[in-house]
Ligand binder design. Structure first.
Ligand code: GLU
Length: 278
């Protein structure tokens, strides 16, 4: 089967060598066919994302020889899809409002003995899950900001045993519990990376998700969300990250590895591919 892949950058900076690797990797897996390659702007961090970065991302990708047939989507314009997904989870009684600030949670985690941690840091200790329905409603009605969290244990129970396939690794038992009661709708944006990416990948017919291995653990949760939302199940490939000479990931502020700069100093797309081993 032909793979339909995507490259989904946040337009909050210029592309660097790490992005180039990820984009070229997806492009290879799409058979270098513009019909099978989707560009999506993950711009839910409204304050950091800027239209000029979208322009520069498109220019850089075209310069690398990457093309797409479908006009790129912006997650900021797709809230109605995310709302529908949240509604479906709410109908299954799998969500609860959480009024905690990051500081509240950090304080609670620090005070606890043996607070559980996962791959993204501490797990939510569940304070707001204990609120009564009345208390939840009163606080919502008073205009207090809230996020929506997943009742992970109930969700896992409902979905049953799940597996997913990373083509580099094989079949993997899904273990989303490592992320605890994750936020699916943030206080500020009404969705989250995990929800938006799962909904969009299904909506855009992506059947092979390629992305950096730093997001490997996220796929456990995305597989769970696919089951709960009755979405088709793609395959995954998590590729190694490109690191600098100190073994660190490239920072967006590091100008010397942006594709724009490399182009300016005369580097060719072929040299970039060679440097990246692609
Ligand atoms: N916007 C995410 C990033 O740039 C995309 C991750 C993904 O491919 O799912 O890291």
């Amino acid at each position: 089967m032909t793979s339909r892949t995507r490259f989904a950058p946040s337009p909050s900076g210029h592309l660097h060598l790490g992005h180039a690797f990820s984009a070229l990797y997806a492009w290879e897996r799409a058979g270098k066919n513009s019909e099978n390659f989707v560009l999506r702007f993950e711009d839910i961090d409204f304050a950091r994302c800027k239209p000029e970065f979208e322009v520069s991302i498109k220019e850089d990708l075209n310069w690398l020889g990457i093309e797409w047939s479908v006009e790129p989507l912006r997650q900021s314009e797709r809230q109605s899809l995310y709302d529908a997904a949240l509604e479906k989870l709410a109908e299954q009684q799998l969500l609860y409002p959480c009024f905690c600030t990051r500081k509240d949670v950090e304080r609670e985690v620090q005070a606890a003995v043996n607070a559980p941690h996962g791959p993204e840091g501490w797990l939510y200790p569940g304070s707001c899950r204990k609120l009564s329905i009345n208390e939840q409603q009163e606080r919502q009605n008073s205009g207090e900001a809230f996020s929506l969290r997943l009742k992970m244990d109930h969700a896992v129970q409902r979905a049953g045993n799940l597996t997913w396939i990373d083509r580099m690794v094989g079949e993997i038992p899904a273990n989303p519990s490592v992320l605890g009661d994750v936020i699916l709708a943030r206080k500020d944006v009404g969705t989250s990376y995990h929800l938006a990416v799962t909904v969009d990948d299904a909506d855009q017919g992506i059947n092979l998700i390629t992305r950096g291995e730093d997001l490997f653990h996220a796929s456990h949760l995305h597989r769970l969300l696919q089951a709960l939302l009755e979405l088709p199940v793609p395959k995954w490939e998590h590729h190694p990250l490109v690191l600098d000479e100190n073994g660190k990931r490239f920072a967006k502020r590091n100008q010397s590895v942006t594709l724009g700069y490399l182009r300016e100093i005369g580097t060719t797309p072929n040299e970039i591919r060679e440097q990246l081993g692609l």
